[in-house]
Design a protein around this ligand. Sequence first.
Ligand SMILES: CC(C)(COP(=O)(O)OP(=O)(O)OC[C@H]1O[C@@H](n2cnc3c(N)ncnc32)[C@H](O)[C@@H]1OP(=O)(O)O)[C@@H](O)C(=O)NCCC(=O)NCCS
Length: 137
Amino acid sequence: MIPQFVLDALTYEQREHQWNQALVDGESGVFVAQSGGDVAGFACGCRNRDPDYETAYPGELQSIYLLERYQQKGLGRALFDAARTWLKAQGLVPFMLWVVTDNPACAFYERLGGTRIVTRPTDVRGANVIESGYAWR
Ligand SMILES: CC(C)(COP(=O)(O)OP(=O)(O)OC[C@H]1O[C@@H](n2cnc3c(N)ncnc32)[C@H](O)[C@@H]1OP(=O)(O)O)[C@@H](O)C(=O)NCCC(=O)NCCS
């Protein structure tokens, strides 16, 4: 869904810096799913970063990812619920998220009650992709 050159440009150091910032600035709700001793996945909620949508949807689910071997076991729903509870407690509802339109995760979001409110072309670090916005009230 994302061209390889975009993925190749990602670095561990940038991500580590980004997550350290998110964990200390107090502006994000970061949740980790654990299984045994492993980190199986994570979700992150925050204030909506898109000025075109922040008034109608003050919150955003910025990310939700599980390692493949932990998918389809209910952990995604648990992470989503934790992030949604955090967003609600911050007064950041309604909220929305962005997903590449071809991503099978769209069916997961629809299963969890999300409504597709918009589909638009966007630029992801130099790659043209089509993304969809899903919203929860
Ligand atoms: C999307 C993701 C977070 C979902 O988490 P998960 O743990 O696999 O999903 P769950 O097991 O909690 O599923 C919850 C419900 O959604 C359904 N569902 C999950 N993935 C689905 C899919 N791809 N297609 C259809 N339904 C799906 C489940 O069947 C389940 O339904 P049920 O309540 O009727 O049993 C996970 O698959 C993932 O990390 N994918 C790769 C990363 C990614 O694309 N993240 C989103 C970026 S925007």
